[in-house]
Design a binder for this molecule. Structure first.
Ligand code: ADP
Length: 327
C-alpha cells in the first residue's frame, strides 16, 4: 500500500534523511519510532505530499506522490504533529470546511455524522474548538483525517501532550481504525507503538536501524531487566541479600526515599524473573519490601541493543565465512 524507496531529504547542508526505504502492506499498523530529530516528521511530510524529497520515490497504492500528488493525497488522511485546526470555528463548521477543502463526494451529512460517531465527538459538535480539551482537539484532528474515507491514515505523534486517560482513549481509537485502514503511527515512545502496531520501523539520524515485526523487535532488544526496589532494613545487609539472589547481575543503592526505606537498583539476567525469590529472601530476613517497579527501556537503550545485536550478527557471519574458507 505504501512504498518508500531510497528517500533522501536535505535542508540546506543538513541531511535529514539519508536514503530510507520501507513498505507498508494493506491493513498493517506500522509504528515509526525514533528520538526527536530522527527524521520522522520529514519522512511523513514527504509521504503525505507536504514536502518534496531530494531524491527517491514515494508511492501510495501504486501512485507516485510527486508525479500525481492530487490522486495520491486523496488516498491519505494525515494528522500532523500540530493539527491544522481553526480554533475559532465550531467542530461542525470545521469538519464541513475540511469536507469542502478535500472536495469530498460522499453524502456530506451522513459521512460527517458517521465519523463523529467513530471518534466520539457528537456531543461537542457545536463547541468552539479553542474551548475543547487537548484530548478532544486531537479527536477533531483525527476526524478531519477521516474525511473522504482514505485508505491510508498517517498520525504524527498523536498522543504528545495528552494525559494518561486521553492517551489510552486515542490508542484504542487508532486500534479500532486499524481494522479498516492502513496506518502509520509515529512516536518516540516504544511502549506506545508496541501496544498498537504489528510492525515497527526504527529511525535514527535519518537512517533506518530496524524494520521488524513488533514481537521480533521486542525480543531483539530484550536484555537485562532493571527494577527499582524500596526496602526497609540495614543498607549493607539488604544489599548483600540482593546480590546473593540467583539471577541478579548487578545491584546498587540509589538513596533514601523516606525516613526508613532505601531504594536499590537491581539488574537481573535476561528472561529471569527475580520477584518471587526477592520477596521470599527479604521476608525470611525480616526486611520489608515496600515497593518494586520495572524501569522501561529508553530509546537510547534500544539503539545500543539494536546496534550491538547487528554487530554481533555480522561478526558471527564473518567467523562462519572464515571457517568455511579455512575448511
Ligand atoms: P522528528 O520528527 O523525528 O523529530 P524531523 O523530521 O522534525 O525529526 O527533523 C529531522 C532533522 O531535520 C532535525 O535535525 C531537524 O532539526 C531538521 N529539520 C527539520 N525541519 C527542518 C527545516 N525546515 N529546516 C532545517 N532543518 C530542519
Amino acid at each position: 500500500m505504501i512504498e518508500f524507496t531510497d528517500i533522501y531529504k536535505n535542508y540546506g547542508d543538513k541531511q535529514a534523511l539519508k536514503g530510507i526505504s520501507f513498505n507498508v502492506e494493506a491493513g498493517e499498523i506500522l509504528g515509526f519510532l525514533g528520538p526527536n530529530g530522527a527524521g520522522k516528521s520529514t519522512a511523513l511530510n514527504i509521504l503525505t505530499g507536504y514536502l518534496s524529497a531530494s531524491a527517491g520515490t514515494a508511492k501510495v497504492d501504486g501512485i507516485d506522490i510527486l508525479e500525481n500528488p492530487i490522486e495520491a493525497k486523496k488516498l491519505i488522511g494525515f494528522l500532523p504533529e500540530l493539527p491544522p485546526l481553526y480554533l475559532d470555528m465550531t467542530v461542525k463548521e470545521y469538519l464541513y470546511f475540511v469536507y469542502e477543502l478535500k472536495k469530498c463526494r460522499l453524502p456530506k451529512k451522513q459521512h460527517i455524522n458517521e465519523i463523529c460517531e467513530v471518534v466520539k465527538i457528537n456531543h461537542v459538535l457545536n463547541r468552539v474548538i479553542k474551548n475543547l480539551s487537548k484530548g478532544y482537539r486531537q479527536r477533531v484532528g483525527i476526524a478531519q483525517s477521516l474525511i473522504g474515507n482514505p485508505k491510508v491514515l498517517v498520525f504524527d505523534e498523536p498522543t504528545v501532550g495528552l494525559d494518561p486517560k486521553q492517551i489510552i482513549e486515542i490508542r484504542n481509537l487508532i486500534k479500532f481504525l486499524g481494522k479498516e485502514h492502513t496506518i502509520i503511527l509515529s512516536s518516540h515512545i516504544l511502549p506506545e507503538v508496541q501496544q498498537v502496531c504489528s510492525r515497527i520501523v526504527v529511525i535514527n539520524e535519518g537512517q533506518i536501524v530496524a524494520n521488524e515485526r513488533t514481537e521480533d523487535l521486542i525480543k531483539a532488544v530484550e536484555g537485562p531487566m532493571k527494577q527499582i526496589a524500596k526496602i526497609v532494613g540495614p543498607e549493607t545487609e539488604v544489599l548483600k541479600a540482593l546480590r546473593e539472589l540467583p539471577g541478579v547481575k548487578y545491584c546498587e543503592i540509589l538513596g533514601k526515599q523516606d525516613t526508613d526505606s532505601v531504594s536499590y537498583l537491581i539488574e537481573s539476567e535476561e528472561r529471569i524473573d527475580i520477584r518471587k525469590a526477592l520477596f521470599h529472601s527479604l521476608a525470611s530476613k525480616g526486611y520489608p519490601l515496600i515497593g518494586l517497579e520495572g524501569m522501561e527501556l529508553s530509546l537510547e537503550d534500544i539503539f545500543v541493543r539494536l546496534v550491538t545485536k547487528k554487530q554481533e550478527a555480522e561478526k558471527k557471519k564473518k567467523t562462519i565465512a572464515e571457517q568455511r574458507r579455512a575448511n
